[in-house]
Design a protein around this ligand. Sequence first.
Ligand SMILES: Cc1cc2nc3c(=O)[nH]c(=O)nc-3n(C[C@H](O)[C@H](O)[C@H](O)COP(=O)(O)O)c2cc1C
Length: 383
Amino acid sequence: MSGLRFLTAGESHGQCLTAIVEGIPAGLSVDIEAINGDLARRQQGYGRGGRMKIETDKAEVTSGIRFGETMGDPITLRIVNKDWQNWTDRMSVFGSEYGDKVTAVRPGHADLTGVLKYNRDDARDILERASARETAARVAVGGLCKEFLAACGIQVVSHVVKIGGVAVDEARINREEIGSGSSELNCYDAVAEEAMKQRIQEAMAQGDTLGGVFEVIVRGAPLGLGSHIQWDQRLDGKLAAAMMAIQAIKGVEIGAGFQCGELPGSEIHDEMFLSQEGHVYRKTNRAGGLEGGMTNGEEIVVRACMKPIPTLMKPLHSVDIAQDKEVLACKERSDVCAVSAASVVGEAMTAIVMAQAVLDKFGGDAMCDLLANMESYRARVQG
Ligand SMILES: Cc1cc2nc3c(=O)[nH]c(=O)nc-3n(C[C@H](O)[C@H](O)[C@H](O)COP(=O)(O)O)c2cc1C
């Protein structure tokens, strides 16, 4: 198990979301505004629902940081749900039951399986926690990990590459621009972005929803994070698991991904060359920065596919669990498309796994020890 771990708590319309992060070394300077910047990016995106207009997510630190620096203690991050004010009766902690129960369960959501498994008769008891509102807490944790990684010379960025079948043209993307935050949809092909917005508008008009694909890129990771020694030390496996653990993510690719099943080895594997200084280099990165479950010094490239949002304004056929009859599924205030928000969550989950991998390899209770270990290792492997 990695020395860096975290838990989140909180319901979508509860008082707040909380995360406890343990394992960040002492001596890391933390800029809360950088974390809040990521929280704001998670809220953005064409096609988001009304909830995001109510919230202005800000993380509050209630433990683990003193005078702007970590002390090695568990760090507690808290994000208040402004919408709680409108839900104090329906989400009361100790009050009496109030409001209609949610019984017309939604296909594609946790509602039905959750009520059966946890023996509840109101799907709100399930959907409040299954909701991706929880990802705000993960983005705060990821923001902290991004600051830790930045101190180690590692940067994590993301961009949207497909929405509802509209794909970017790689040739139109300036990869340096990715991560600049200059796009509403977190998409750096302006032509595709316009077409994506159009597609979202159409889906909205039809009471429908859309999914898509985003890509996370890690720059500056030293080679040798992760290991080939055991299945559960492989970094490709950890990254894929973290990405799949985001609500609505149904597929993950690393590098050329599923294309590997179509092309011959001569068109997939990245050939190696020697520079004049005697350094090994590659001209391509179809491995996506990972070979043998270890980083190989190239950019890490992970893509994730998000399914369309399961709450439709033109609801799907379903059942009412209280009345045992067929009905149309319930409607909760909802996003039409949240791929750009999911890309920020993907960035956070990747940052958490990368921070764990760095700590596993270089250890250290104090940042100065970790950075010294890392520097001598980088000098030895020149990566
Ligand atoms: C950033 C983000 C925002 C989401 N917004 C919504 C939403 O507004 N309405 C909804 O029904 N599902 C939304 N989802 C998806 C559901 O949370 C998810 O489909 C549900 O919890 C069931 O989990 P599963 O799709 O992984 O099986 C969102 C997911 C993410 C990552």
